[in-house]
Design a protein. Structure first.
Length: 440
């Protein structure tokens, strides 16, 4: 879909030609610099700084999570569009981007989904180099366990689609699982015997805060402004075109607004008069005390509603299914911890002595087909990068890159064409429910 951004861009580039560019190199992170700072005791510069909120920008991005920051970074880095403000009601990475369980994978079910997440994994692979920021991406393999014939069938299907799209995935036996994850109980006598698993070697974990900070630092160095504690409370639209946003710190006029929020996506869209088929549910997670490394792969059990990985610091990070009611609450619950412990111990009885340190919740915007809504809307200049459900963090780089391209060129990139808002009215659903880590 084309939405006429080309004309906006010609204007924007003209203005950039006369404006002095804010671009400057961020301080380089290298072994040499580390030694120099140790010797000189010179302080490291802040990775981004506050700037005065201005009354106009070429592009306003709502949400300073991985999606919003990646969009701003790619706009500046790939398209030279630097007059960009990222507005955040709380702090950088304070929403889903700092609350997820940091699992990266591309073993989806639909060809559109697999292609999209495959590209996102590729961008994640080169992100540390691109941003000069250690995002600690560790492709340590990802196992989705099957406890019944139906799950095994779905995994064979996913493996075939993955292979056709060039993504490494295969169904493996309980004996192979035992080799990859010795503490998982693969015996036939366990309560929910494991029949096999979908093994996805490129899957893994990342340090999610580092991804947010790395994008923020790189975008800021290119001239992008990041405004924390700046909540959007209104979006003005005239004659079908976006005109600007009202914030808790004043009004901004702009021809392009990107809704890159999670948890509040439908409420933000409503400000522009755009209705979204989204229900918001909390998703809880927890982390244990650190222990010596014993679990290399990421383990997911949809039937037991649990996924677990071990960080490089040694903590186990757990998650479950979304809470069974719509809510904007980010509080943890005792029920969650009890259920989680029960299911985790069904899988790995040996970890019973481990203590939980912390639990928290994030918000997931669930669409009817468990695929995102990304692209243009009926309001010219109002773009969506929303509805990621429980898949949002994995998608950030590819979504940000695609939205930046849409803004710069005015055409919807092929990679996101299937995820348009119109599909719900036109019956073109992209059903990714079967690729969910756990039930919803
Ligand atoms: O889809 O891999 C996933 C996932 C993990 C946690 C929430 N979703």
């Amino acid at each position: 879909m084309s939405w006429g951004a080309g004309s906006f861009l010609r204007k924007a580039h003209g203005r950039h030609a006369v404006r002095s560019p804010l671009q400057r190199s961020p301080s380089k992170y290298s072994a040499l610099e580390l030694v120099r700072h140790a010797v000189t005791r010179e302080e490291w510069p802040r990775i981004w700084s506050e700037r005065q909120l201005r009354p106009t920008y070429d592009v306003v991005v709502i949400g300073a999570g991985v999606h919003g920051l990646a969009t701003a970074y790619y706009l500046a880095a790939r398209h030279g569009i630097r007059d960009v403000a990222v507005l955040e009601r709380s702090y950088v990475g304070g929403g889903g981007s700092g609350r997820n369980t940091a699992i990266i994978r591309s073993n989806y079910l639909t060809p559109d989904g697999v292609r999209f997440y495959k590209h996102s994994v590729e961008l994640y692979r080169s992100l540390a180099r691109e941003l000069n920021f250690n995002v600690m991406f560790s492709q340590r393999g990802h196992l989705t366990l099957a406890h019944n014939d139906g799950s095994l069938r779905a995994m064979r299907w996913r493996a075939e689609v993955n292979k056709l799209e060039g993504v490494e995935s295969e169904v493996i036996s309980p004996a192979d699982i035992k080799e990859l994850a010795p503490l998982v109980d693969t015996s036939a006598s366990t309560r929910y015997p494991i029949l096999g698993a979908l093994y996805h070697p490129p899957g893994g974990i990342i340090r999610h805060d580092a991804v947010n900070w790395g994008y923020a630092r790189a975008a800021h160095a290119l001239g992008v402004e990041i405004h924390q504690e700046t909540e959007v409370i209104g979006i003005s639209v005239e004659c079908g075109r976006v005109q600007g946003v009202m914030t808790t710190r004043g009004q901004i006029s702009t021809p392009v607004v990107v809704n890159a929020t999670a948890g509040w996506a439908s409420l933000v869209a409503k400000m522009a008069g755009v209705r979204l088929p989204i229900m918001t549910h909390p998703l809880q997670a927890a982390v244990t005390e650190p222990v010596k490394m014993f679990l290399r792969t990421v383990i997911v059990s949809g039937s037991l509603h649990v996924y677990v990985s071990q960080t490089d610091r040694g903590e186990l990070v757990f998650g479950a299914s979304t809470d069974p009611f719509a809510s904007y609450s980010t509080r943890g619950s005792l029920e969650f911890t009890e259920e989680l412990a029960r299911h985790v111990l069904d899988l790995m009885p040996a970890i019973a002595p481990l203590r939980v340190l912390r639990q928290w919740a994030g918000l997931c915007d669930l669409t009817p087909d468990f695929s995102p809504i990304i692209g243009a809307t009926q309001v010219q200049g109002f773009l969506l990068d929303v509805g990621w459900g429980t898949y949002g963090f994995k998608a950030g780089p590819a979504a940000g890159e695609a939205i930046a391209e849409l803004i710069a060129n005015g055409n919807t990139p092929r990679l996101i064409a299937a995820f348009d808002l119109a599909r719900f009215a036109e019956g073109r659903l992209v059903n990714e429910r079967g690729a969910a880590a756990v039930g919803h």
